[in-house]
Write a protein that binds this ligand. Structure first.
Ligand code: HEM
Length: 438
């Protein structure tokens, strides 16, 4: 057990501890990417850091990585065949240290380590994605749509008469957690665990996290592992409606470890991101009553409002890619093995693409050009589902409580990559006109 603790600490030291010390030094010297990565600013401060990075050039060099907040460059790199995933256990570490980290890999279903498809290059990526995609066909999404409507209305019925609620725990997180549970065939009784996992594993998407956050996330991943081993073992004996995911699991096309890693990815990628979108969307609308008024006049604007929310306050702020060979981007040579950090939230405020990017405008004609879901072969598999969840959850919420307002200062999660709120207190007052979800 003690041995296990030492291994966990060594992994933290290599993957986060050393980068954290280095980033702290660079942040003290005024490097905006280091300060941004460590997440010591409030949301406004973070936007300022992004603008400092943008001002340093379309593709800016730091001592270890390149960084870009440029829309075109982000898209080029994400779609470029010379770039692959930037697995933190293999990128930016000296070879000997990377090998040592691999040797002490506990094999937990970490969504940001291989064999999660998010951290896998072709040909494995192609195979994993093809299998999991069966849960996201238009037919599968349409079936989930009916569930989203039903869930949303049930949750809202539960909020009626409560006056003051925390929209994150009582509403925004419940919809995606239930949907992912349905996809994986997880029973209702275990839904709480899905929420706890998403929450405590989320810091792993940041760089240079504290030992405590890493240790907590690792414990949580151990729980995910135990649960999923059991879940998939019991699947053939359970008399449940077969979901496309459980059918795929039963067919046995993926090894057990790959299956669990990608199930954990769905939990990690599907819950926390969508919670952030719904929460950030509520805040954007409360802060921009003129835009909310437009939605009241024309509810057909909800889908474009959600695109603008994704652009304006992106739930996923960054990703990275690693050059597989010496290559060139926009005339800049990039050496093999170097990582390029792509600030998706920054690209979504690129003034070359979005007119007055700091304005929240739900009628913006090109809002959908955002890269909030990434681009290229790793483009978000759950984008259509997330869009549907957000449109329904937000539309029904404001429909039922048109006078909804904040009851206190929202509490940000304090994470860098998964950008959203941990607590969002609101006062609810039921409106006169209500509609059924359509
Ligand atoms: C607002 C909600 C969401 C946002 C902003 C979001 C964002 C993203 C982004 C930016 C990527 C690409 C990362 C990269 O290229 O490094 C991604 C990948 C992914 N997302 Fe989402 N996501 C959301 C919701 C969901 C949902 C609901 C699911 C599933 C239920 C999901 C499943 C995935 C998966 C499986 C991948 C990996 C795809 C691959 O590697 O081929 N996401 N997401």
């Amino acid at each position: 057990m003690a041995d296990q603790g030492v291994r966990t600490w060594l992994r933290w030291a290599a993957l986060h501890g050393v980068p954290r010390a280095f980033l702290s030094l660079r942040a003290m010297r005024g490097e905006p990417l280091a300060a941004f990565t460590l997440g010591r600013d409030d949301p406004t401060g973070r936007l300022q850091r992004i603008e400092q990075i943008r001002a340093a050039g379309r593709l800016a060099r730091t001592p270890i990585v390149w960084v870009s907040a440029d829309h075109e460059i982000c898209r080029i790199v994400l779609r470029h065949r010379d770039f692959g995933v930037a697995d933190p256990a293999q990128t930016s570490l000296p070879d000997a240290l990377a090998a040592a980290v691999r040797r002490i890999d506990p094999g937990l279903p970490n969504p940001v380590e291989s064999p999660s498809m998010l951290m896998t290059d072709p040909p494995e990526h192609t195979a994993y994605r093809k299998m999991v995609s069966r849960s996201f066909t238009p037919r599968a999404i349409a079936a989930l749509d009916a569930r989203i409507d039903e869930l949303t209305l049930d949750l809202l019925d539960g909020l009626d008469g409560r006056g003051e609620v925390d929209l994150i725990s009582d509403y925004a997180s419940q919809v995606p957690a239930a949907v992912i549970s349905d996809i994986l065939g997880v029973p209702v009784a275990d839904r709480r665990r899905i929420l706890s996992w998403g929450n405590r594993v989320a810091p792993l998407l940041d760089i240079g996290i504290t030992w405590q956050a890493f240790r907590d996330a690792t414990h949580e991943l151990e729980d995910v592992e135990t649960y999923l081993v059991d879940h998939f073992r019991r699947l053939p004996t359970r008399n449940v409606d077969e979901t496309p995911f459980s059918a795929m699991a039963l067919e046995g096309g993926l090894t057990d470890r790959v299956l669990r890693a990608n199930a954990a990815l769905l939990i990690g990628a599907g819950v926390e991101t969508t919670v952030n979108l719904i929460g950030n969307g509520v805040i954007a609308l409360v802060n921009h009553p003129d835009q909310l008024a437009l939605l009241r006049q024309d509810p057909g604007l909800w889908p474009s409002a959600v695109e603008e929310m994704l652009r304006f306050d992106s739930p996923v702020q960054m990703t990275a890619r690693r050059a597989n060979c010496d290559t060139e981007i926009a005339g800049v040579p990039i050496a093999e093995g170097t990582a390029v950090v792509l600030l998706l939230g920054g690209a979504n405020r690129d003034p070359k693409v979005f007119d007055q990017p700091d304005r929240f405008d739900i009628t913006r004609p090109n809002a959908r050009d955002h890269v909030a879901f990434g681009s290229g072969i790793h483009v978000c598999l759950g984008a259509a589902l997330a869009r549907n969840e957000a449109v329904t959850a937000l539309r029904e919420l404001f429909d039922r409580y048109p006078d909804l307002h904040l009851s206190g200062e929202p509490v940000h999660r304090g994470l860098v990559n998964l950008n959203g709120y941990r607590k969002l207190g609101v006062r609810l007052q039921r409106g006169e006109v209500t509609r059924k979800a359509s």
